[in-house]
Design a protein around this ligand. Structure first.
Ligand SMILES: Nc1ncnc2c1ncn2[C@@H]1O[C@H](COP(=O)(O)OP(=O)(O)OP(=O)(O)O)[C@@H](O)[C@H]1O
Ligand SMILES: [Mg+2]
Length: 361
């Protein structure tokens, strides 16, 4: 799929902004604070319902504006079907449209437009807490496994109810019903996650071997969120019940799932340099995008914010080499054009952002 028009208003420093990107490589340059990242945030917002820099209410809406509004038009599929989506978000409330119809859940927009974003905070996928890693797996499953989203929704709802009961100090019988629902949904959710990571492993290790061979990424280890080799989820929930009552939330289960890449060359993840962590994260994201492309027959949109920050020239070239000619629409931002592009003799579609204006170069 590829975006043919991205329009935003009330987005950070932009009163309004619009670009008509090309199917292949799109470069967005400009000085610090010009608004390059903001454009990718607009795309990310449509695809995830939030920015990669946080929630909408954390500054995405231009100071003094009521809401941020984003419109995306794109083409997808063998017939290059024309699709369009709009989202107006105040930080509290939102209204969304997809192909001329109102949407009732943000998830409908997220399911329609697939964007893989890599940005300066992406090292958190390797060195941060579990949440971005769960989101990573679940994003993949939302798009390639139709049965996953309904399970995920039911699980999330049951977890909320169980936590509310735990807080209120409710008794066993009420908890039983929600434990049952958590098990019914959490067990198959976990099998999906396990299977997804198992089949992603080969691809991820191959990409990591290409981008950061020195780390010797050797395997992916999945942790389901409870001691699943010893206990069923039902038993784990029952066993944790007293503790859960004490703390007022559910301490075990798939909402605590995690996974990690093991490195033969680096037994301690903490000792990875920032650039190495980023390249590892990027390997995971690119592997996921490739997997999506293989299973869905077309690439998701790949957005690389500030590629040059912390990646040396050689690594930038390897990344771009993988993507150029893959068929993916790629967005790259930077204060300057990455020198790797000259080396690769690629001429991107080039947008320059200055004083709140975007110009084609
Ligand atoms: N809510 C807001 N209202 C108005 N302006 C904002 C708001 N949030 C951020 N800005 C401004 O918008 C700009 C944000 O731009 P953005 O982060 O997209 O820049 P960038 O081109 O990616 O810069 P860098 O090269 O530093 O990454 C900054 O100038 C910032 O001060
Ligand atoms: Mg930026």
């Amino acid at each position: 799929m590829h975006v043919i028009r991205l329009t935003a208003s009330g987005l950070r420093r932009f009163d309004s902004a619009s670009i008509d990107p090309a199917p292949g490589l799109n470069l967005i340059t400009g000085d610090n604070g010009a608004g390059k990242t903001s454009l990718l945030e607009a795309l990310h917002l449509m695809a995830y319902g939030r920015s990669f820099r946080g929630r909408v209410r954390d500054g995405l809406v231009r100071t003094g504006a009521e809401a941020v509004e984003v419109f995306v038009e794109w083409r997808e599929g063998a017939e290059a079907r024309h699709r369009r989506a709009g989202l107006r978000h105040t930080g509290q409330t939102w209204v969304g449209r997809l192909d001329g119809q109102n949407v009732s859940q943000l998830g409908e927009l997220c399911a329609a437009l697939a964007v893989v974003s890599f940005e300066p905070g992406s090292h958190a996928l390797v060195t941060g807490g579990g949440e971005p890693r769960r989101r990573f797996v679940d994003w993949g499953l939302f798009h390639v496994e139709p049965g996953f989203l309904p399970l995920w929704r039911r699980y999330a709802r049951a977890l909320k109810q169980r936590n509310a009961l735990l807080k209120s100090g409710a008794g066993g019988p009420q908890l039983d019903a929600w434990d049952h629902e958590l098990v019914e949904t959490g067990e198959p959710m976990t099998r999906h996650r396990q299977h997804y990571l198992e089949q992603l492993q080969t691809r991820l290790l191959a990409v990591a071997g290409d981008l950061v061979p020195a780390l010797g990424a050797s395997s992916i280890e999945f942790q389901p969120g409870w001691r699943s080799s010893e206990l069923s989820l039902a038993d784990a929930l029952l066993l944790a019940r007293d503790r859960d009552r004490g703390v007022g939330y559910t301490t075990v289960g798939p909402h605590r799932a995690d996974w990690r890449i093991d490195y033969a060359g680096h037994p301690h993840r903490e000792s990875l340099s920032r650039g190495q962590a980023k390249l590892s994260a990027l390997s995971a994201l690119l592997a996921q995008a490739e997997d999506y492309a293989q299973r869905r027959g077309e690439w998701p949109i790949v957005a690389l914010d500030d590629l040059a920050s912390e990646l040396d020239r050689n690594h930038q070239r390897r990344v771009l080499q993988r993507l150029v000619g893959s068929g993916a629409q790629v967005f790259v931002t930077g204060t300057e054009s990455p020198s790797a592009l000259t080396e690769l003799e690629v001429a991107p579609t080039w947008f320059h952002v200055e004083h709140g204006l975007i110009q084609l170069r």
